[in-house]
Structure formats: structure tokens, C-alpha cells
Design a protein around this ligand. Structure first.
Ligand code: HEM
Length: 352
């Protein structure tokens, strides 16, 4: 899996080098990294390549923008009739995405049935595991997920699995462009572990401690998943005066918590990765105060994969390039389901 992530990143680096050599050093890193992360999840999880993967990613992004515009009506009675045009557009896109994914699943099933040796490697990806689990339960064969459910699982992974990590990397590059001292510290850490060798050995990545603090701090300041949702399944008594009624939809404001000085202290808005040196919660004074990956039984299942991807992509980029903020950058983080830079993230990228 690591080598696939490396391969997709190296293709992006080649594109950047071509652009820089042609005299244009300004790159919208958010756009580039989201596209690359889409390719990574498509290859590592579904064994898909190029055009098909890009088509699904583009349609998911279109759907995301429509859903973001209508999200305020979720849970409102008859809410979907408030903006019929958008609701219909969302439904049409949803169907198109389902059809594309269904094609991928059917092709894989057919390949598995015909025992096609060429596809053996890609059968060990997420889709392969889902299909296998669908056949076997506790070692016995049995059906667990309907095709509809399989498509939905794939859709969740596709969406949850690429944009969040891409945004963690993008916001990190923004922070490193502003805090050049940390850019230098990370480059030194990579060099200490890997030497001057540009062929990074994926196995050394677990030693990148400072990079982990930087990731924690980046997703604290700019959480890619800006809120977490829950629904009360019974009346919940919070204290003597306050009860959350059964059925209440709750949005937990992760951005708000991560910028709350009563939880973090007066330096809450500063970029200080060192707050994570000795404490996985970064010194937050409430044990449920730092939740970039959610909590409990529904906590993010992809967090280990995202750490791996983050470290590989950042290591490759920092070993080749220096990043500075472009004069055309406008700081305007906005919640569009995920937390994104409204006007993209143009950085000046120089080769080392
Ligand atoms: C920096 C990267 C990521 C962040 C910040 C992030 C954040 C989150 C958050 C906040 C949740 C909701 C948890 C809750 O409700 O308690 C979640 C759920 C989920 N994430 Fe991630 N995620 C990231 C990367 C990934 C990746 C790489 C994958 C897949 C390859 C992934 C797959 C999922 C899935 C499938 C769920 C739903 C889990 C469930 O409902 O049981 N995520 N993620």
C-alpha cells in the first residue's frame, strides 16, 4: 500500500517539476493534493486507476457542494422540498456515482469468479476484503451485505478516505509555509532518518516524531472534519437542570472546541506543535476536548491509513521542495462539509 501512495505522489511531483521548470512556481496545493489523494484511495482501496477514479472523485465533489448548500435543512420536516432543484441534482449525481461503483464491484466479482490471476494483487485491497467478508462470517460462508450496502460502504470510504487526509496535508503545507522554522525542522528530521537519499524508505516513517506533532497541531487548528454528529437514543440527563431529549440530533463543534481558550489556554490560536511532545491530547484540559478523529464506537476507522499517507506524502514533498505563501493567497477557511480554504491554497513552490 505504501508503495502505491508513493507512486501517486511521485506522479504529482513530476507534474509540479514540469510546471516549475516552465517558469510558474505558484501551485494550488489543495487542488493538487485532493486529486492525488483521490487517486490514492481509488488505487489502494478499489484497485481503480486514472479516468474512472477521477470521474467518481469529481462527481463526489459536485455532490458535496450541493449537499453543503442544503445541509441546513437536514432534520427539518419537509426540508428536501425547500430546494427541489438541488435535491433532484443531488439524487441524479448519487445515482450516477452508484452506477460507477456498482460497475467496479461487478467487475471485481466477475474477476474473482473467473479466478483471474492478473488481478490477484488488487484483490487484497479494501474492496477485496469487503467481498470476502461478504462471503464468509466467522469462517463460514454467508451473506452479510446487500449490493446496495456494498455500494454505500464504498461511497463512504471513497469520500471519507481522501478529502480529509488531503486537507490535513494541505493545511499543514500552509502552516509550514507560514512557519518556515518548522519546515526546516521537519526536513532535518527526515534527513536524520533517511539521509540524503531521495528514495525514501517507507519503513523509516514511524520514526518521524516531529511530523506527528505537526499533524496533530494542524488538525487541531484546521480540523478536516469540522463537526461530529450524534443522535440521542434516549433522554440523556446532563445535570440536574438539563436533559437532552430522545431523538435530538447533536452537532459537536470540533472547530469551536479546538479554538476554545478555556480548554487550551491563551495560546489556543498559535501554531505550537510542541504542545504534543509529551501529551497525545496536546495539553487540552478536558479528556474529550481533542477529537479530530471522533470518539467511541464510530471513531474514524481510517486514521492509521491517514497517518501513513500523511507521512509519505509530506516526506516526499519536503525532500524536494521549499514552500512559501503566495501573495495571491486569501485566508478564508470555510466549512463545506469538510474544512476547506475557500479560495484554494496557492503556494510558491521552489525546488531544493
Ligand atoms: C486526517 C484524516 C482524517 C480525519 C481527520 C478523519 C476524521 C473522521 C471523523 C471525525 C469521523 C467521525 C467519527 C465519529 O463520528 O466519531 C470519521 C469517520 C470515518 N472515517 Fe475518517 N478521517 C480521516 C481519514 C480517513 C481515511 C483515510 C479513511 C478511509 C480510508 C476514513 C474512513 C472513515 C470512515 C469509514 C468513517 C465512518 C466510521 C463509522 O461511522 O463507523 N477516514 N473520520
Amino acid at each position: 500500500m505504501g508503495s502505491m501512495i508513493k507512486e501517486c505522489t511521485e506522479q504529482m511531483i513530476e507534474r509540479w517539476l514540469t510546471q516549475i521548470n516552465s517558469g510558474n512556481r505558484e501551485i494550488d496545493v489543495e487542488k493538487e493534493i485532493i486529486a492525488t489523494a483521490g487517486e490514492i484511495i481509488a488505487t489502494t482501496s478499489f484497485g481503480m486507476k486514472d479516468e474512472k477514479a477521477r470521474e467518481i472523485c469529481d462527481k463526489l465533489r459536485e455532490l458535496q457542494m450541493i449537499l453543503f448548500k442544503t445541509t441546513r435543512y437536514v432534520g427539518v420536516p419537509f426540508g428536501k422540498w425547500f430546494n427541489t432543484k438541488k435535491t433532484l441534482e443531488a439524487r441524479k449525481l448519487g445515482k450516477e456515482i452508484d452506477k460507477l461503483l456498482l460497475n467496479v464491484i461487478t467487475n471485481r466479482k466477475n474477476n474473482n469468479n473467473s479466478n483471474n490471476k492478473e488481478n490477484k494483487g488488487s484483490q487484497e485491497d479494501l474492496l477485496g476484503l469487503l467481498l470476502e467478508a461478504n462471503r464468509k462470517v466467522d469462517g463460514k460462508f454467508g451473506k452479510t451485505l446487500s449490493t446496495r450496502e456494498l455500494v454505500d460502504e464504498c461511497k463512504t470510504f471513497f469520500f471519507a478516505g481522501h478529502e480529509t487526509t488531503a486537507l490535513a496535508i494541505s493545511w499543514t503545507l500552509f502552516l509550514l509555509a507560514v512557519h518556515e522554522d518548522w519546515q526546516i525542522q521537519l526536513r532535518d528530521e527526515i534527513r536524520e532518518l533517511a539521509g540524503d537519499n531521495k528514495e525514501i524508505d517507507i519503513n523509516v516513517l514511524s520514526g518521524l516524531k516531529k511530523m506527528k506533532w505537526v499533524m496533530n497541531e494542524a488538525v487541531r487548528l484546521y480540523p478536516p472534519a469540522p463537526n461530529v454528529q450524534r443522535q440521542a437514543k434516549e433522554d440523556i440527563k446532563v445535570d440536574n437542570n438539563f436533559t437532552v431529549p430522545n431523538g435530538t440530533n447533536i452537532w459537536i463543534d470540533v472547530v469551536g472546541m479546538n479554538h476554545d481558550p478555556t480548554l487550551w489556554g491563551d495560546d489556543v490560536n498559535e501554531f505550537r506543535p510542541e504542545r504534543f511532545i509529551d501529551d497525545v491530547n496536546g495539553g487540552c484540559n478536558h479528556k474529550m476536548g481533542y477529537l479530530p478523529f471522533g470518539f467511541g464506537g464510530r471513531m474514524c476507522v481510517g486514521r492509521n491509513l491517514s497517518f501513513m499517507e500523511y507521512k509519505i506524502v509530506l516526506t516526499l514533498l519536503l525532500s524536494r521542495f521549499r514552500f512559501k505563501l503566495s501573495p495571491s493567497y486569501q485566508h478564508s477557511p470555510a466549512i463545506m462539509l469538510s474544512l476547506r480554504p475557500t479560495h484554494g491554497l496557492p503556494l510558491i513552490v521552489e525546488t531544493l
